[in-house]
Design a binder for this molecule. Structure first.
Ligand code: COA
Ligand code: AMP
Length: 649
């Protein structure tokens, strides 16, 4: 492999580890792979000739479920809690030991096998934060089947797109999810999605929850509890099926720049190896300790650090079905950390901002015994320095920002607490993790000087755990990530690297926005607005929001001759985005305007519109067609009190 593009000094231990990972990736990752049990241990780490950008552990065979469950029981952890389920929204708590987990997963896998699920088959999981969702993921892994979890805040249409693309044999779902302000009936959404999809699954296993029991479709739907009880009574259990390390463990759909989500494929061996490396080295957590990731299993962070990372490492993981505030108050996360003795908490900056807003003096922190708690990790969006400083003061522990993408599956940059804490710089996601050879490039693909902003790119090959392709879309994989800068992976994140090698991520270079730590495509929202019969054209931008980081704001131009009340149309548009994409889009602002600002060649000036809304200095683009249009956007935002004061987040 080529010499590292970006070897840098720093903390000696970190520098040594990072340099070793780039200088001899074979040795580095083969050593890391020894943290796992292999059915056939890999004899080499990387095959550069396979796929679009190589594959990890080409001749290794293993099973992720064996590594996350069975081997811990065999090693004497059977009585240790594997999962602590804590659900303030239902008033339920449940502890599942590793022995219980093995029983649940082996039985469910037996049931899935009896439904015809085998290695390589897909299973869509549309479930809230309940233990059965984890049993489902691990049961798929046990069979070598490929799970695809869909976040509960997506609407039927988004679920339909994923079912059509993944063509699952079976869907695992719950009758409902529970939000603090309402019960979300999942089953009608699932039925609508299957009706709208070109693919029909053979069977659906439905977990009935008392808050909203679902009507089952005869011949297709089975009651989860009954089916599992029958399987258990019949002694139906499945053993772990070893798969190639390069076989997919899961597909996770994420927003792309068009309306169609990207099916990020995660391989088995590379992913498990990378996560196993991070548990002691990045998070500084030991087997037997408790790890609390307050994300959702519908997101990559949930896959990696509610499910696979902690379980692969023999930790206890916390499954928290609640919010950082309002269930019941801003002390909720501290209560959970304290009650289960979590060593590490991982959450999104939005959650921290929500807590800070409700409890600015951090009084709720003092209500709880946090003696076993050592560190707070943040990711999912930019961590604003104010909130990081607030949390440091409140907790008197390291607060560590780290930078992620669904595509990478684990942190690209972070502060490796287990290797040795580096000085924290507020606003920066710290330094590249092993295997990430990172540079900031200009538009021509040339590295920019230190401290200069550009696109952050990762020199190929990507480390283990990162996506090898997109599901059924190898060409899209190449064009989305690999062709802009040949030899590099384009992160589509803009940022800077300073003289110490610290990375600061400033925002996306594409039309993706980040709302409350959720990644959303403005292009997807524009497609929904444009489908409204009264809309001639539209533009959606993410405008600064003190709590959620950004919130989507749609500008629409109505077709000539439309004489309906614009206020009514705006309300319809808000409802349409909620219906087509889902509540997670948090789309609450639709503004009718007379025209959109454009260049002479017809390109909508979204960047300038955003700067106006965010209260940032802006200049008149020389190519603008009509300068007055920007004043009209400014006036329309001001009329609704939507121009920010220019302060971060
Ligand atoms: N199922 C159904 N609906 C959901 C949902 C789910 N799993 N998750 C969120 N929603 C709904 C919410 O109820 C809300 O609906 P509403 O418009 O009727 O109020 C909508 O989607 C928007 O949700 P959100 O943006 O999360 O706002 P919120 O006001 O409900 O909560 C926070 C605000 C800060 C508490 C919340 O955003 C949060 O915890 N964020 C952290 C996110 C995170 O951990 N991300 C993972 C990346 S690491
Ligand atoms: P997702 O794929 O949902 O994990 O979202 C990935 C995107 O979130 C990245 O491309 C970034 O734009 C943003 N992001 C994630 N973590 C951070 C971070 N620590 N700092 C800044 N942006 C982040």
């Amino acid at each position: 492999m080529d010499a590292p593009a970006n070897a840098r000094p720093g903390n000696a231990a970190y520098s040594e580890v990072h340099a070793a990972s780039l200088a001899d990736p074979e040795a580095f990752w083969l050593a890391a792979a020894q943290a796992l049990d292999w059915a056939s241990p890999p004899t080499r780490a990387f095959d550069a000739s396979a796929g679009a950008c190589g594959r990890w552990f080409p001749d290794g065979r293993l099973n992720a479920c064996h590594n996350a469950v069975d081997r811990h029981v065999a090693a004497g952890r059977g009585t240790q809690a594997a999962i602590r389920y804590d659900s303030p929204v239902t008033g339920t708590r449940r502890t599942i030991t590793y022995a219980d987990l093995l029983d649940e997963v082996a039985t469910l896998a037996g049931l899935l096998a009896a439904c015809g699920v085998g290695p390589g088959d897909r299973v869509v999981i549309y479930m809230p934060m309940v233990p059965e969702a984890l049993f489902g993921m691990l049961a798929c892994a046990r069979l070598g089947a490929v799970h695809s979890v869909v976040f509960g805040g997506f609407a039927a249409n988004e679920l339909a797109i994923r079912i059509t693309d993944a063509t699952p044999k079976v869907v695992l779902a719950a009758s409902c999810g529970i939000e603090p302000n309402r019960v979300v009936a999942y089953k009608p959404l699932l039925d609508a999605a299957i009706a709208a999809s070109s693919h029909t699954p053979h069977a659906c296993l439905i977990l009935q929850r008392p808050q909203a029991e679902a009507t089952l479709v005869p011949g297709r739907d089975r009651d989860w509890a009954e089916a599992v009880a029958t399987a258990r009574a019949a002694g139906l259990r499945a053993a772990c099926t070893p798969v190639a390390a390069t076989d997919p463990l899961y597909i996770l759909y994420t927003s792309g720049t068009t309306g169609k989500p990207k099916g990020v494929v995660r391989d088995t061996g590379g992913y498990c190896t990378a996560l196993a490396w991070t548990m002691p080295n990045l998070y500084d957590v030991a087997p037997g300790e408790t790890y609390f990731c307050a994300s959702d299993i519908g997101w990559v962070v949930g896959h990696s650090y509610i499910v696979y990372g902690p379980l692969l490492h023999g930790c206890t993981t916390i499954l928290y079905e609640g919010k950082p505030v309002s269930t019941p108050d801003a002390g909720a996360l501290w209560r959970v950390v304290s009650e289960y003795g979590a060593a590490c908490l991982f959450t999104a900056p939005t959650a921290l901002r929500a807590i800070k807003k409700d409890d600015p003096r951090a009084e709720r922190v003092r209500d709880h015994d946090l003696s076993r708690f050592r560190s707070l990790f943040l990711a999912g969006e930019r961590a604003d320095p104010d909130s990081v400083a607030w949390a440091e003061r409140a907790l008197d522990r390291p607060v560590i920002d780290h930078w992620w993408q669904t595509e990478t599956g684990w942190a690209i940059a972070g502060n490796p607490l287990g290797v040795g804490l580096l000085p924290v710089k507020h606003g920066s996601a710290c330094v590249p993790m092993p295997g990430y050879d990172l540079a900031v490039l200009d538009e021509a693909g040339r590295p920019v000087p230190e401290g200069t902003m550009g696109t952050i790119a990762l020199k190929l090959p990507l480390p283990p755990g990162c996506l090898p392709t997109l599901w059924g879309a190898e060409d899209r994989f190449r064009t989305s990530y690999l062709t802009t800068y040949p030899g590099w992976y384009d992160t589509s994140d803009a940022g800077v690297v300073d003289a110490d090698g610290y990375v600061t991520v400033l925002g996306r270079t594409d039309d993706i926005i980040n709302v409350a730590g959720h990644r959303l495509s403005t292009g997807g929202m524009e497609a929904v607005l444009a489908a409204h019969p009264d809309v001639a054209e539209c533009a959606v931008i993410g405008i600064r929001d003190a709590l959620k980081g950004e919130q989507p704001c749609g500008f629409v131009v109505l077709k000539s001759g439309v004489d309906r009340d614009p206020g009514v149309i705006e309300t319809e548009l808000v409802a349409l985005v909620r219906e087509r994409i889902g509540p997670v889009a948090a789309f609450k602002l639709a503004l009718t305007v007379a025209r959109l600002p454009k260049t002479r060649s017809g390109k909508i000036l979204r960047g300038t519109m955003k700067r106006i809304a965010d209260g940032e200095p802006w200049t008149l683009p020389p190519t603008i067609d009509d300068a007055g249009t920007l004043d009209e956007i400014d006036a329309s935002l001001r009329e609704r009190g939507l121009v920010s004061d220019g302060q971060t987040p």
